[in-house]
Design a protein around this ligand. Sequence first.
Ligand code: SF4
Length: 408
Amino acid sequence: MNVMEKLKILADAAKYDVSCVSSGVDRANTAGGIGSSASSGICHSWTADGRCISLLKILLTNKCIYDCKYCVNRCSNDNPRASFTPRQVAELTIQFYRRNYIEGLFLSSAVEKSPNYTMENLCRAIFLLRHEYKFNGYIHVKAIPGADRILVYRLGLLVDRMSVNLELPTVLGLQQLAPQKTYSALLEPMSYISNQILAFPHQSGRTKERSFVPGGQSTQFIVGATPDSDWTLINATQKLYDKFNLKRVFYSAYVPINEDKNLPALTNQPPLKREHRLYQADWLLRFYHFRAEEILDKANPFFDPDFDPKITWALRHPELFPIEINKADYRTLLRIPGIGLRTAQRIIKERRFSMLGYHNLKKMKAVLKRAQYFITCQGRYYGDVPPEPQYIRQALLTPNSQMSIWGG
Ligand code: SF4
């Protein structure tokens, strides 16, 4: 099989892994080297300077010894199989880079022969890229649970980001859908990578010397392959951020591919709305100082499909609203629907000079169609319905009927 035939198979087999967004690594090219790494946006996202950067996203191999029920590459599926050699991975990356197709590599893999065999091949490919081909671009590699720590360590010194995909948030889910995996085996490399990142002194991404996984580690959950609730998923996410200091948790709506009594029917649509709500909630955890238990709980285990998690939280806490924007501290401002990070920062900065009015918020790009129901400016409430959850809910759902609710 030639390299292009392998590429067709192994690029297609990689498409279900969404954990490939880069961040946090800025590294310039070095003398005699090739490529550089930008701090944000891999896989067709945008850098701060407006560039779209992309990764070559492939599997090293799709020959898997495991039989995870949800996976297209499971050993019981009758798929075309292929494996790159480490040199083929390195050469493909360089050739794509030279043609300007990509600026980095996302390399994942099935488990061929054994975790150590696969991990050694991953290490060889990346070693060739970094040392023989002098490639300085962004590299994200998926670590293989069960491989020796020394291999994880060697790889961690070469790449920008590593991920260990948990895929399912509960032990029961794992037992049913990936019986050859255990939670402890998945968490072990995650814990090791986290400890090594902390053990290495912080370095600027622009130094010549590499640190260990400078872009941090990430993981991925599949959404909707098991009956696990949004609460279970967001709770597991919180624990991962707390315990392993993960950079990102990604969510992938389950796409029915295989038939199995423990899987949703093949006719089911991927739960894209749930995936979207999970990303919104994840954003609240990472940047808005929310905790998972504030967003959902056992009594409310699923997201409201009609409202984003911040509005849902605000509607459940009418006792805290409306909030006076001239008095609230930064963290309280962040809790107001329609007020984002930048707007909250601008409010804090500009109210030092004068009291802010409603017109000021417009200029600061607050989303007033939402914020109006949750704030006062100099004591005045500007919402066009009374500040009570039942009215606000109705007004947000049917914005054109607002005046009739206020006026009776
Ligand atoms: S180990 Fe990975 S590639 Fe192999 S069947 Fe499981 S999820 Fe798929």
